[in-house]
Design a protein around this ligand. Structure first.
Ligand code: PLP
Length: 453
């Protein structure tokens, strides 16, 4: 399929890909990229692709922002690496923690660093488990998340993830419980209002807590907008209803803002967009605008105090990664936060959102698009065989994959997730690039639906 020794053949021969069983349905194999420019990436043949997914939701400042590269270079020259163990850390790490608390919804708090979003979720679960031991409630270990929620791939984060594919690993572990997904369009019952749907999910959570025993539940994790589960914004009043139940049982709410953090929904945090204050925020991806692998657990005041007391009791929090709080990562994050918050990137998300919504709504008029959904600059178009009944296409047709492949042919990268096509462009997009994105997607959709619609 690829010429021997081509970049693509070499990629297919010696590298594993995440989340794919390449070769895909049309046997196209790898795309090998060499560089980027704004929201565009280029392959080894010089082909240009507008990246409608900004990498994996994270390259929000585009692929050639000089600020982060300069911040990294300056820090590499000054102090290229250190850890955050044993009461030592770099000045950059100190400054980043101050900044993260300043921009968080918390009046005070503490930050723990990781290399990824998965590790940040793992770290938080270990914190909750340690709190159980320290506070005389060692049975408090169960973690509640949602069906279709995505929290990463380490064994614990994969257990939190509410997707069936983790069964191949024999996951989830026993103490991980999944409750309903707040997707009204797909899971609302006939005749049920959205408010009633939300109330049903809150009642399900209440019933689950009662059944499991409130004193066995360590925490509840949720993404403000589910990302990898198919871009699913919460149903009306969801977080208020859920938080009421959690508060009643004294269960911390952890907002997994790996995608929504730093502007994706038009506010700094998704929890601000949906008007709730969690106990903890998990951040990664946009934290460095994708220019350095880094994650952060941002504890609010109460969790900070509890963790402080627990660490003192056990003399330490026996956890940390060699590169936790890496000085170069922290310097890059400080720059990325400055760029996102002070160079107009979040403003641009707000400015572009109506155009994005218009484009999505226009495409959703197609007879094979069941709904469009999203918030800010993240959205999904759900392909259906029948718009009225919401009947999905026969899975063997791989409709969303075909659309994504047809987009690639048009020079647009976008992602198939289930039966949906996902768009989450960089925050630096211009209105004309937005037009280009929708124009290419429309062409690709028309071609595929002409075959299978
Ligand atoms: N949490 C959410 C909401 C995510 O979207 C992701 C990744 O997409 C993760 C956690 C895992 O992050 P990472 O891939 O950096 O481990």
């Amino acid at each position: 399929k690829h010429a021997p020794n081509s970049w693509e053949a070499r990629a297919d021969e010696h590298s594993f890909y995440g989340f794919t069983d390449l070769p895909t349905i049309d046997d196209r194999g790898a795309i090998v990229l060499t560089h980027g420019n704004g929201p565009y990436v280029y392959d080894v043949h010089g082909r240009e692709y507008l990246d409608g997914n900004s990498g994996l939701w994270n390259m929000v400042a585009g692929f050639d922002h000089k600020g982060m590269a300069e911040a990294a270079k300056a820090q590499y020259d000054r102090f290229p690496g250190y850890h955050a163990f044993f009461g030592r850390m770099s000045d950059q790490t100190v400054m980043l923690s101050e900044k993260l608390i300043e921009v968080s919804p918390f009046e005070r708090g503490k930050v723990f660093y990781t290399n990824s979003g998965s590790e940040a979720n793992d770290t938080m679960v270990k914190m909750l488990w340690m709190l159980g031991w320290a506070e005389g409630t060692p049975q408090k270990r169960k973690i509640i998340t949602r069906i279709n929620g995505y929290h990463g791939v380490t064994a614990v984060a994969a257990s939190m993830t509410g997707k069936p594919y983790n069964h191949v690993f024999g996951l989830p572990f026993d103490e991980f419980i999944h409750v309903g997904c707040p997707h009204y369009w797909r899971f609302g019952h006939d005749g049920e209002t959205e408010a009633e749907f939300t109330a049903r999910l809150a009642q399900e959570l209440e019933d689950t807590i009662q059944k499991e025993g409130a004193d066995t539940i360590a925490g509840f994790f949720a993404e403000p907008v589910m990302g990898a589960g198919g871009v699913i914004p919460p149903s009306e009043g969801y977080f208020q209803a859920i938080q009421k139940v959690l508060k009643k049982h004294n269960i911390p709410l952890i907002s997994d803002e790996v995608i929504t953090g730093f502007g994706r929904t038009g506010e700094t945090w998704g929890c601000q967009t949906y008007d709730f204050v969690p106990d903890v925020i998990i951040s990664s991806k946009n934290l460095t605008a994708g220019y350095f692998p880094m994650g952060a657990v941002i504890l609010g005041p109460e969790m900070t105090d509890r963790m402080q007391a627990a660490s003192e009791k056990f003399d330490e929090f026996p956890h940390g990664f060699t590169a936790s709080g890496h000085p170069v990562g922290c310097a890059v994050a400080l720059k990325a936060i400055d760029v996102i918050m002070n160079e107009g990137l979040i403003d641009n998300v707000r400015t572009l959102t109506p155009l994005f919504e218009e484009g999505m709504a226009r495409i959703a008029e197609h007879k094979n698009i069941g709904e469009w959904r999203g918030k800010g600059l993240m959205g999904a178009l759900e392909a259906v065989a029948d718009k009225n009944t919401k009947e999905p296409f026969d899975g063997s047709l791989s409709v969303s994959e075909r659309i994504a492949n047809a987009c690639t042919d048009q020079g647009l990268i976008c992602r198939p997730l289930g039966q949906a096509i996902v768009l989450c462009p960089a925050f630096i997009l211009t209105p004309s690039q937005m037009d280009e994105m929708f124009g290419k997607l429309e062409k690709a959709l028309d071609g595929v639906f002409a075959e299978v619609g």
